[in-house]
Design a protein around this ligand. Structure first.
Ligand code: NDX
Length: 261
């Protein structure tokens, strides 16, 4: 009997989607370099409850596709193919991050309600990126059998783990600044916040550049670039907010990159 029809790899599709992701990154940069994206501490009309969802639901819904879409693509792959080991590991890394972001982070967040409009765009983005990264890794990527010992894989993996550690630790430090129900802002202290205002963002950026090096792929580099253009400016706006709000804000602290920027 003929095997069931299965999706194939279309390199031109990967190229087109990665290029579009790069273009979205530049659009993002041009939109949010001067004015921050309007959620969290940069949202002005806080008292207007309409058009907003509790942070827990919003982050769960928004991030879910980034976990679900690659998982579905993997389940649909017939016959299953995720060899060699390096390829399997890389797909697991992506899903591991989004498992944390979807099923753990939202349930502990003490953030303000999230605007529905941004939730809509954020969800679209997560579907798009989840599809691109999953489709590439599951249907297109080809690595030699010894990829696990390649310097790109090992150094990228180390960076990914380091970035993820910094990101999770920094998110935890931010969360501990508030008691349940509180929505005020305080000066973050400890961990990498000693050096930068956007410690969680720095971790996330290191993480996705590590992933890009480990996969050595266009889609992953495009996503790392998008992350940089999305949360890099946000770190800068957070920094300016802190300097404006707290007169005792540590003067030596940088915005995003320790000792540099
Ligand atoms: N979600 C990534 N673009 C985004 C949501 C917004 O995961 O239309 C990108 C993500 C989306 C964005 C997503 C994609 C692009 C969108 C954008 C909106 C518009 C934009 C769709 C999908 C768009 C175009 C034009 C291209 C279509 O009250 P609160 O909420 O401020 O509380 C905060 C609290 N906190 C403090 N508490 C006490 N004292 C203080 N001083 C505090 N400072 C902060 O801590 C929160 O509860 C919590 C964290 O706050 P914050 O502001 O530091 O981080 P946040 O931005 O909320 O991100 C949370 C985590 C973080 O680890 C970050 O690294 C990661 O998510 N993240 C976030 C954004 C994008 C992303 C990762 C990525 O690109 N990889």
């Amino acid at each position: 009997p003929r095997p069931p029809p299965s999706m194939q790899c279309f390199p031109s599709l990967v190229l087109a989607l990665s290029s579009l992701l790069g273009a979205l990154a530049l659009l993002q940069l041009s939109l949010y370099l001067r004015v921050p994206s309007r959620y969290g501490k940069h949202e002005e009309r806080l008292c207007r409850p309409r058009g907003r969802l509790p942070a827990r639901c919003a982050w769960f819904l928004q991030e879910l596709p980034s976990f679900l879409v690659p998982a579905l693509l993997l389940a649909l792959r017939s016959p299953p193919r995720l060899e060699p080991l390096g390829c399997r590991l890389l797909c697991c890394l992506f899903c591991w991050h989004y498992f944390y972001r979807t099923f753990i982070y939202p349930f502990f967040t003490r953030g303000r309600p999230f605007p529905l409009q941004l939730l809509f765009f954020g969800t679209l983005f997560c579907i798009y990126n989840g599809f691109l990264q999953g489709y590439y890794l599951i249907y297109c990527a080809e690595y030699p059998n010894d990829w696990c010992t390649d310097i790109r894989f090992t150094s990228g993996l180390l960076l990914f783990l380091l970035g993820m550690g910094i990101n999770i630790h920094s998110d935890l430090l931010l969360r501990q600044l508030r008691k349940p129900g509180e929505v005020t802002y305080k000066i973050p202290q400890g961990g990498l916040f000693t050096y930068v205002s956007g410690a969680n963002y720095f971790g996330e950026i290191v993480e996705w550049f590590g992933f890009a090096i480990a996969t050595w792929s266009l889609p992953a580099f495009a996503f790392a670039f998008f992350t940089l253009c999305c949360i890099g400016p946000r770190a800068y706006h957070h920094h300016r907010y802190y300097l404006k709000t707290f007169t005792d804000y540590p003067k030596s602290r940088k915005a995003l990159i320790p000792f540099i920027f």
